[in-house]
Design a protein around this ligand. Structure first.
Ligand SMILES: NC(=O)c1ccc[n+]([C@@H]2O[C@H](COP(=O)([O-])OP(=O)(O)OC[C@H]3O[C@@H](n4cnc5c(N)ncnc54)[C@H](OP(=O)(O)O)[C@@H]3O)[C@@H](O)[C@H]2O)c1
Length: 256
């Protein structure tokens, strides 16, 4: 990394869901930019492998912790552990998420509650826990991973669309709370990225349809979210706050 605006030397970043997909790609770019990186998910095995990959060829520190974002006590423990091991968290990426497709009249209370807990409430709880340290240091970057489905809709994605839209509202409100303390809060809204999540959910026809909807006529690689994340995490993005940045290859503007 050779431009000082994007340099994260001396910073520490916590990326939830950093064991694979978009979280791992964002954690790697932060590490390449010089940050120490802390990642979490529910799988020790995957976290261990991801930590090795993220730190490969670099001298920064990569650590990990198993934490289930559906459990409020584990969310609190994750925040405490990250601050204890690294001394501070400067950059928080709320990336862990799940997607259980159901039509409005098929949603069970259990599916609704679990999705809201992981995709929305844990984001509030983790941010709330880490903001006091950022305020004291007068510097912080909070990035929620919403979705292009947070600004639009899709059939059978009721709870997912609701949570991803709510993250945008949360970011806007907390950007106003935290701006006076030098903390920015933004959302990234990815379109179709090739990770396990759409890999498991979509048929071959749906995958082709998603590619066709984009201007670029293809799915994105996880690494293609890393640049926008680095912009928001670094000095390069110091005057961007309360925003929801769509990174979707032009899918959302394709309305007809
Ligand atoms: N891929 C896309 O096209 C796309 C588009 C728009 C938005 N997004 C959003 O981007 C984020 C990352 O998605 P992805 O595509 O990279 O998905 P992914 O490959 O399935 O990765 C999801 C990550 O979240 C973790 N996770 C899931 N449930 C968790 C829980 N209860 N507690 C802790 N960690 C949990 C997973 O690890 P474990 O399962 O091992 O815990 C994994 O590390 C999500 O918020 C997703 O909604 C993705």
């Amino acid at each position: 990394m050779n431009h000082s605006l994007f340099d994260l030397t001396g910073k520490t970043a916590l990326v939830t869901g950093g064991s694979k997909g978009l979280g791992k790609a964002m954690a790697r770019i932060f590490a390449e930019a010089g940050a120490d990186v802390f990642i979490s998910s529910r799988s020790a095995e995957e976290l261990q492998a991801a930590a090795t990959e993220i730190g490969e060829g670099l001298t920064i520190k990569v650590e990990w912790m198993v934490a289930d974002m559906s459990d409020r006590a584990q969310v609190r423990a994750l925040a405490a552990e990250a601050e204890m091991r690294f001394g501070k968290v400067d950059i928080l990426v709320n990336n862990a998420g799940i997607n259980n497709p159901q039509a409005i009249d098929e949603i069970t209370d259990e599916i609704w509650d679990r999705n809201v807990e992981v995709d929305l409430t844990s984001v509030m709880a983790l941010t709330r826990a880490l903001v006091p340290g950022m305020k004291a240091r007068k510097w912080g970057r909070v990035i929620h991973i919403s979705s292009v489905l947070g600004v639009g809709g899709r059939l059978k994605r009721n709870v997912y669309c609701a949570c991803k839209a709510a993250l945008i509202g949360l970011a806007r409100a907390s950007a106003l709370d935290l701006g006076p303390y030098g903390i920015t809060v933004n959302c990234l809204c990815p379109g179709p990225f090739l990770t396990d999540m759409p890999g498991k959910l979509l048929s071959a026809e749906e995958k082709q349809y998603f590619a066709d909807r984009t201007a670029l006529k293809r799915w994105a690689a996880p690494r293609e979210l890393a640049g926008p994340a680095l912009l928001l995490a670094s000095e390069a993005g110091s005057y961007i706050t309360g925003e929801a940045i769509v990174v979707d290859g032009g899918a959302a503007v394709n309305t007809l």
